[in-house]
Design a protein around this ligand. Structure first.
Ligand SMILES: [Zn+2]
Ligand SMILES: [Zn+2]
Length: 341
């Protein structure tokens, strides 16, 4: 099968690797029909996370089930499915909460060295009953792909930000996760969403969706716009030292900062004393993907939550290198890239 492989900084190949084998009696093989390039894939591309040997990339996929183990009961060969980017064992009390991040064995993410990469023709999925879901009626391919990661992440980020009804929230970073968080925050009752980025095209995109554009760093503008108080909540979809510092300074006393960006491997110089004195709540998580599906699927299918326009580019899998270069440009025109095997 063909699979997208990274073999060094900014070096993307589409290689032919052996077809994956069924990963145990509870596993399945999915033939991928569409895959996303995620901002977190860029950590490998930009060498924030070192790789020891060539590694298959990608963790956002939808496709067709082509093989199942004997223990799989919720999906069958021929089903169109979405694959949770975050995998749990599916059998422990943590996974029983439907949040793979709670897995007692520790979560795994596709395309990060242990599990296969989703930017490929075939993907082996362990604990398929937990990781896979038939794509429900009324959910299109782009929505399903966003449900595997970015929308689940943005939605959970907004929930964990404790946005008061009628309150204000700042969303830092207007890539796909940030734009999903903007949409989610509005659905969850925010009256004011400050959308923060450095790139004009991305600010305009968020403004079109009802947000107030703010050029990063945000703290001065947000303090000015809130009478010096700060936003009730801040969502950080970037998680650099600069964005996290901005988030902690732009939130009001007693407010909540919800981080879903992926920081690099270096420690963050945490301003503990001001956070203590201002009673700041800080939450961080990667996507609790499966837990969000019962909430998000009906909201998407009914049209109450709209994620149209987040995918901006579609490329064949063979042009993955171009897709990564485009994603890494972080331009205003190119937000999210879909690869078609
Ligand atoms: Zn991701
Ligand atoms: Zn588990």
């Amino acid at each position: 099968m063909r699979t997208v492989v990274i073999d060094g900084p900014r070096s993307i190949q589409v290689d032919t690797w052996p077809d994956p084998a069924l990963p145990g009696p509870d596993g399945a093989i999915v033939e991928i029909t569409a895959a996303g390039i995620c901002g977190s894939d860029l950590h490998f591309y930009e060498a924030d996370f070192p790789i020891a040997e060539p590694m298959a990339l990608g963790h956002e996929a939808v496709g067709t089930v082509v093989e199942t183990g004997p223990q799989v009961s919720t999906v069958a060969v021929g089903d169109q499915v979405m694959v949770s980017s975050v995998a749990g064992c599916g059998a422990c009390p943590g996974c029983a909460t439907n949040d793979p991040v709670m897995c007692y064995s520790g979560l795994q993410i596709f395309g990060a060295g242990v599990l296969g990469g989703a930017q490929a023709e075939l993907l082996a999925v362990p604990a398929a009953d937990f990781q896979l879901r038939k794509i429900p009626d009324g959910i299109n391919t782009e929505q399903a792909l966003l449900l595997t990661d970015n929308l689940a992440t943005g939605w959970a980020a907004a929930q964990r930000a404790d946005i008061p009804f009628g309150g204000s929230v700042a969303v830092i970073g207007l890539g796909a996760v940030g734009l999903c968080a903007v949409r989610s925050a509005l659905v969850q009752g925010a009256a004011t969403v400050f959308a923060v980025d450095r790139v004009d095209g991305r600010l305009q995109r968020a403004e079109k969706w009802g947000a107030t554009p703010v050029k990063a760093p945000a703290v001065e503008s947000i303090l000015a716009a809130t009478g010096g108080r700060g936003a009730d909540s801040v969502i950080d979809a970037v998680a650099t030292d600069a964005s996290m510092t901005d988030a902690l300074n732009a939130v009001r006393p007693g407010g909540t900062v919800s981080v879903v960006g992926v920081h690099d491997l270096q420690p963050f110089p945490f301003p503990a004393l001001p956070c203590l004195m201002r009673s700041i709540t800080l939450r961080m998580t990667t996507a609790p993907v499966q837990r969000t599906w019962p909430e998000l699927i009906p909201l998407l299918a009914s049209g109450r939550l709209d994620v149209d326009g987040i995918f901006t580019t579609t490329l064949p899998l063979d042009e993955a290198a171009k897709g990564y270069a485009t994603a890494a440009s972080r331009s205003g025109d190119d937000v999210k890239i879909l690869l078609k095997p």
